[in-house]
Design a protein around this ligand. Structure first.
Ligand SMILES: Nc1ncnc2c1ncn2[C@@H]1O[C@H](COP(=O)(O)OP(=O)(O)OP(=O)(O)O)[C@@H](O)[C@H]1O
Ligand SMILES: O=P(O)(O)O[C@H]1[C@H](OP(=O)(O)O)[C@@H](OP(=O)(O)O)[C@@H](O)[C@@H](O)[C@@H]1OP(=O)(O)O
Ligand SMILES: [Mg+2]
Ligand SMILES: [Mg+2]
Length: 364
């Protein structure tokens, strides 16, 4: 390890005999060493000598909120130890002038960013861009978001996975009651903004209890049948091949009696923001038991392929009283991984898996 600049200065104060020229030389050497460490660092592999290994450079383009929640010190620290360096992408400069990157992580909205990142993907096939902008865009419209799950029609001995019945209303709120009757949807209905672009508005959901109140809703939106699920939701986080499931509190069931008593439209509080883990609560096992892992593994594997994404999560609910009949109600690109215990291990392993063959024998 080379001396750091302050250490060299400290040496100078301690030992007055040191010549200024010598100090300058040492400083230059230390700086050169530091620069080299940016490219290569040595790692000890059990039972083998230290091998030089090239750093994996990950460029990231994230909002400041996301940077704070994702790039926590524990992730950066572990990444550094594993030879991964996170570098912020400067959006005011051309992407090609930055890096070179091995991997680019991004979650930004807007047409211009989509164009930039797609261009970069085309011109830099050697870089893994997580994930393709078109695949991310697909999730930003609730009309199409769950289509892959519906097409999959997954059902095996572990359970069944579907999506709630839904209807898209593009305009004209006065037509909603008729459209709902025609489609045969059952009340209550969850009204979700059609576009899920990450804006606060795109997370403003309401619950409509009666036919008449449906006219109060503001299109464009998706109307989804509300599925009673005992107030517990499963967040299934996917990072490449890895899966982690967390239990969260969700909306309580709506009984037939309540439905007939409480006509109106009610705002739904945001579950992700509350982030109330239901892990330690004393819950009915029929409600709280995690979905069977083999079922989730099959679902995740298929969705990775069908959606063309490696970083996403699924909100899954179990129909109350059913025997493992699940519904996927939401899919989010690059969700809040910071809430996932051990995410730093899962994420760094995933990043390393994208750049195989990084161990190299020293040639001299
Ligand atoms: N069809 C449904 N049946 C029952 N509950 C639902 C349904 N759809 C949504 N919910 C409830 O409303 C919450 C918010 O819905 P959804 O996850 O679709 O919104 P979102 O704004 O995309 O959420 P996120 O913050 O996870 O992106 C869910 O977590 C769940 O508690
Ligand atoms: O910020 P949080 O940690 O709550 O993460 C949420 C994330 O916000 P962020 O991407 O701005 O961080 C949301 O993204 P947008 O839909 O708003 O784009 C969405 O993915 C939520 O589902 C995530 O919550 P989770 O599903 O993990 O509970
Ligand atoms: Mg959700
Ligand atoms: Mg969502």
């Amino acid at each position: 390890m080379g001396l750091r600049e302050e250490e060299i200065v400290a040496c100078r104060n301690d030992d007055k005999r040191e010549e200024d020229e010598e100090l300058g030389l040492a400083l230059a050497q230390a700086q050169q060493q530091q620069q080299q460490q940016l490219q290569w660092f040595a790692v000890g592999v059990a039972g083998s000598p230290l091998l030089p290994r090239k750093l994996v450079v990950v460029g990231y383009a994230l909002t400041s909120k996301k940077t704070k929640s994702f790039l926590q010190p524990k992730l950066e620290g572990l990444a550094r130890n594993k030879g991964i360096l996170f570098v912020a992408i400067d959006q005011s400069k051309p992407l090609s002038d930055q890096g070179p990157f091995d991997i680019v992580l991004h979650k930004l909205s807007g047409k211009e960013w989509r164009r930039i990142i797609e261009d970069y993907r085309q011109t830099h096939p050697e870089v893994t861009v997580l994930d393709p902008p078109d695949a991310i865009q697909h999730l930003r419209n609730r009309q199409f978001m769950l289509q892959a799950v519906a097409d999959l029609n997954l059902s095996d001995s572990y359970g069944k996975v579907g999506v709630p019945r839904q209807l898209v209303i593009k305009r004209d709120a006065s037509s909603i009651p008729d459209a709902v009757t025609k489609a045969g949807l059952t009340l209550p209905l969850v009204a979700k903004p059609l576009v899920a672009d990450g804006s606060a508005k795109s997370h403003e959901l309401s619950l409509a209890y009666d036919q008449n109140s449906l006219q109060k809703l503001e299109p464009p939106l998706v109307l989804q049948e509300f599925v009673n699920h005992g107030g517990v939701l499963f967040k299934v986080y996917i990072v490449g091949e890895a899966i982690k499931v967390l239990r969260r509190f969700s909306l309580p069931d709506v009984s037939k009696r309540e439905l007939s008593k409480n006509a109106g439209v009610y705002r739904v509080p945001r579950v992700s923001c509350a982030a109330a883990s239901a892990d330690d609560a004393d819950l009915d096992p029929g409600i709280a038991e995690l979905p069977p892992l083999p079922l989730l593994e099959r679902l995740a594997k298929e969705l990775r392929r069908r959606l063309g994404l490696r970083l996403f999560n699924l909100d899954i609910i179990r129909e109350h009283g059913s025997c493992n009949h699940f519904y996927v109600i939401d899919i989010n690109y690059f969700p809040g991984y910071g809430k996932m215990p051990e995410y730093e291990h899962i994420f760094t392993d995933f990043l390393l898996s994208l750049v195989p063959g990084r161990y190299k024998k020293r040639s001299c």
